[in-house]
Design a protein around this ligand. Structure first.
Ligand SMILES: [Zn+2]
Length: 255
C-alpha cells in the first residue's frame, strides 16, 4: 500500500493537472474507440501497450478475459460483462469490441487443469470461485482445445464472430511456438467473440456492420502483440512486416 500512496503523490505532482485538462476535453466531446476485454493479470497494462489515453477506451477485466455467454443470464440475473457491453456499445455508441488474451495466463493454466474431473469436482468448485467461474463460463474454450489436441494441434478450428453467418477458420499456433496452455489461451480469446455476439441488444448493430469484434493476444515472454487476422486465418504479430497488411484488413472490413 505504501507504494500506491507514493505513486499517488507522484501522480499529483506530475500528471494530475494534465489529466484534469483531458477529462474536461473528453466530457465535452466523448469519442471512446473500443470496449477492451482483458485479463486482470498485473502484467497486462492495455492502455500502455496500445498508447491509449484518457477517453479512448473502456476497459473490462476479469480472470481469463472471459465474456459469459448470454444463455447464462436469463431475466434480470446478470453480471458485469454484458452491462459493460451495453454501456460501451449502446450508451456510448462504441463500434469496436476487442478481446485480448495473453500467454502464461494463470486463469488459463487453471482451466487447462480443470480437465481433471477431481480438480473440477463440485466440492472443489464450491470452495474455489475461480474454478467455478471458469467451469461455468470457459468450458467451451476447453472443449475446443480438446478437439484441437486430439488432432495433434493440426486441425483448423471454426469460430463464430458477429453473426452465425460470419464464421471464420483459425489455425491456432501453426508454427507450434507455444505450449498447450498458451494454445488454450488463444482459443479462449477467439471463443469470446461468439459470446459477445450472443447478446440480443447488440444483434442489430452486429448484423448491420455497425459493431465489430476483434481478438488480440499479448505474449508476455516477448512483449509481442498479435492481431487475429481473419484473412490470414491466424494470429499475426503487429510489427513492421505485418502492419500495412493488417491496417488494410481492418480498414476494408471493419470500419
Ligand atoms: Zn490472465
Amino acid at each position: 500500500m505504501d507504494r500506491i500512496l507514493k505513486g499517488i503523490m507522484k501522480y499529483r505532482q506530475i500528471d494530475k493537472a494534465k489529466m484534469v485538462q483531458q477529462f474536461l476535453q473528453v466530457r465535452d466531446n466523448p469519442t471512446p474507440k473500443a470496449v477492451f476485454f482483458t485479463c486482470i493479470d498485473s502484467r497486462m497494462i492495455p492502455t500502455r501497450f496500445t498508447e491509449m489515453n484518457v477517453g479512448d477506451m473502456f476497459v473490462v477485466r476479469n480472470a481469463g478475459n472471459v465474456v459469459p455467454n448470454s444463455q447464462h443470464f436469463l431475466d434480470e440475473i446478470t453480471t458485469n460483462e454484458p452491462a459493460a457491453l451495453e454501456l460501451g456499445c449502446i450508451v456510448n455508441d462504441i463500434r469496436h469490441v476487442i478481446v485480448c488474451g495473453h500467454s502464461d495466463c494463470k486463469a488459463m493454466n487453471l482451466l487447462y487443469k480443470l480437465q481433471d474431473s477431481e480438480f473440477s469436482s463440485l466440492r472443489n468448485r464450491r470452495i474455489s470461485p475461480l474454478r467455478a467461474w471458469l467451469c461455468t463460463h470457459a468450458l467451451p474454450s476447453l472443449e475446443k482445445f480438446q478437439q484441437f489436441e486430439l488432432a495433434d494441434y493440426q486441425k483448423p478450428l471454426i469460430f463464430q464472430a458477429e453473426t452465425p453467418m460470419r464464421r471464420f477458420v483459425a489455425y491456432v499456433d501453426p508454427d507450434n511456438e507455444f505450449g498447450a496452455e498458451d494454445k488454450l489461451s488463444q482459443i479462449n480469446t477467439l471463443q469470446q467473440m461468439q459470446n459477445i455476439a450472443s447478446y440480443g441488444f447488440l444483434k442489430k448493430r452486429l448484423e448491420t456492420h455497425q459493431l465489430h469484434i476483434h481478438a488480440l493476444w499479448f505474449d508476455i515472454y516477448t512483449g509481442e502483440i498479435y492481431y487475429f487476422s481473419r484473412q490470414a486465418k491466424r494470429f499475426l504479430i503487429i510489427d513492421e512486416a505485418n502492419f500495412e497488411k493488417l491496417l488494410s484488413e481492418v480498414e476494408t472490413y471493419y470500419m
